[in-house]
Ligand binder design. Structure first.
Ligand SMILES: Nc1ncnc2c1ncn2[C@@H]1O[C@H](COP(=O)(O)OP(=O)(O)O)[C@@H](O)[C@H]1O
Ligand SMILES: [Mg+2]
Length: 272
């Protein structure tokens, strides 16, 4: 759990609004060739402002779970709610970041970020102001006018993150966003992601195959089973919200958590 100074004294803390709620969710894909049950009996509540990481074997339904929350897929049974409303179609009050940045090659970093504003018809002054803030927050200053091919992989992912955050979504969905980056860039982005999460206060659902990334970033780590995926265990990460990278990795409770998750996923596992 995130340790927040106010949570101990604030009587409303227990009534924090639920950002995402899955209740007895199953997803079955039917085609002429085969039926696949991707998810079964998944129930999970994520509080506003919480950071939840999801790990599990490849094909266990992690991306499917995010698509349900985004309204890109309907559950075969059960209920999916976003901020209390039943998800009945594609939702606009989310941000989505994928493994590939998917930037438009002919648009500058700034204009790729502003794409979000154009699609949503946001007032342009507000969009430009927020873009400038996000560029600074993600360390892209000086690269605003660069084209995607002039940016490193890490910078391209920063642009994708800015684009996902431009409309200040209450819920950010991230599907293996740092999976294609080298280890060092990934660490840097992990540190930045921790800070950005604290600064924006957004709720995050992060799918990752890195156990260390999950434990470093999250308030809770959801460990899923093999397909048909269900929740095996939910682990509270009892560390302060602000996390120094090296110091966090060196903490005995960090090693305890990562070893425990590794055990749940099976011998020698990385999650994917
Ligand atoms: N649109 C689809 N149609 C049919 N099967 C699908 C579809 N999307 C995912 N699946 C299947 O559902 C299972 C879970 O997929 P996915 O959520 O992508 O897994 P993960 O992200 O955990 O690797 C896989 O077996 C996959 O092949
Ligand atoms: Mg996936």
């Amino acid at each position: 759990m995130r340790i927040m100074s106010e949570s101990a004294t604030d009587p409303d803390a227990t009534e924090r609004e639920t950002a995402v709620s899955l209740d007895g969710v199953a997803v079955r894909f039917r085609s002429r060739k085969r039926d696949v049950t991707a998810l079964r009996e998944v129930s999970l509540d994520v509080a506003m402002g919480e950071f939840v990481a999801i790990v599990g074997p490849s094909g266990c339904g992690k991306s499917t779970l995010l698509k349900l929350v985004a309204g890109l897929l309907k559950p075969s049974s059960g209920d999916v709610r976003l901020r209390g409303d039943k998800v009945a179609g594609p939702r606009h009050d989310i941000g989505y970041v994928f493994q590939r940045a998917a930037l438009l090659e002919w648009r500058s970093a700034r204009k790729n970020i502003l794409l979000q504003a154009e699609m949503r018809k946001m007032p342009s002054a507000q969009a430009r102001k927020r873009t400038a803030e996000l560029i600074e927050m993600t360390g892209l200053t000086g690269f605003e006018d660069a084209l995607p091919h002039e940016l490193s992989g890490g910078m391209q992912q920063r642009v994708a993150l800015c684009r996902a955050l431009l409309h200040e979504p209450p819920v950010l969905l991230m599907d293996e966003p740092f999976g294609a980056l080298d280890a060092l860039t990934r660490e840097q982005l992990n540190v930045e992601m921790n800070r950005i999460w604290r600064e924006t206060g957004t709720t995050v659902l992060l799918v990752t195959h890195s156990i260390a990334e999950a434990a470093y970033l999250a308030d809770r780590v959801v460990v899923m089973t093999d397909r048909p995926g269900t929740i095996n265990e939910v682990i509270d990460i009892d560390l302060p919200a602000e996390r120094d990278y090296a110091a966090t990795m060196a903490r005995p409770e960090f090693a305890r958590v990562t070893n425990h998750v590794r055990g749940l996923l099976g011998a020698g596992a990385s999650a994917d």
